[in-house]
Design a protein around this ligand. Structure first.
Ligand SMILES: [Zn+2]
Length: 87
């Protein structure tokens, strides 16, 4: 897997991988934020792993119709690939 910096000019959230284009997509509305608005609090600080995980699980349950157990497994695997959460 290539580092995020090699994936073109598009900035992606280092926590959930969402592409960030508009100013409002960035945490706290700060365009130098590595994290998106969904992964941060109103000041642009990264939320806890559990908060981000729960947000993504809900997202996949709603948008993909996944059952919770399936969504949790998917999100756990996915988060391991993100710079913010890999150990
Ligand atoms: Zn994010």
């Amino acid at each position: 897997m290539l580092p995020v910096a090699f994936c073109g000019t598009m900035k992606k959230c280092e926590s959930c991988g969402m592409p960030m284009e508009a100013k409002e997509d960035f945490g706290g509305g700060k365009e130098d934020n590595k994290y998106c608005v969904y992964c941060t609090d109103k000041d642009g600080n990264l939320k806890t792993r559990d908060e981000v995980r729960e947000g993504m699980v809900s997202f996949y349950m709603k948008s993909k119709g996944m059952e919770r157990a399936v969504a949790e497994k998917f999100v756990d695997e996915y988060m391991k690939t993100m710079p913010a959460w890999k150990d």
